[in-house]
Design a protein around this ligand. Structure first.
Ligand SMILES: [Zn+2]
Length: 101
């Protein structure tokens, strides 16, 4: 998956920005890394917004990528625990859908 790393500090993100929001001087450079990671934290969503009502309850997890100091917010296809190994299943309407491995 594509991430953006600052060329002057350690900041990284999955979304592109013109300049680094952390040090404000660096430029973000595109980098390709494995989408595999571990669950850093998660929230079970029981009352979903209308567009997701059909799939509730579901889990939103913050995933720490293995290959970069970047965290990704993703919807899980099954319940998870902190520390679970996960991988990208697909990208749906710009949202990441992850699965346990
Ligand atoms: Zn920076």
């Amino acid at each position: 998956m594509k991430i953006f790393k600052c060329n002057s500090c350690n900041y990284g993100s999955v979304s592109s920005k013109y300049t680094c929001p952390e040090c404000r001087t660096g430029k973000l450079e595109e980098k390709e890394v494995s989408p595999k990671g571990t669950v850093f934290s998660f929230t079970d969503i029981h009352i979903a917004p209308a567009e997701f009502a059909g799939i509730a309850p579901y889990t939103i997890a913050l995933i720490q990528l293995d290959e970069a100091d970047v965290k990704v917010t993703a919807r899980m296809d099954s319940p998870v625990q902190i520390g679970d190994n996960v991988d990208l299943e697909k990208v749906e309407n710009g949202a990441y859908l992850y699965t346990k491995i």
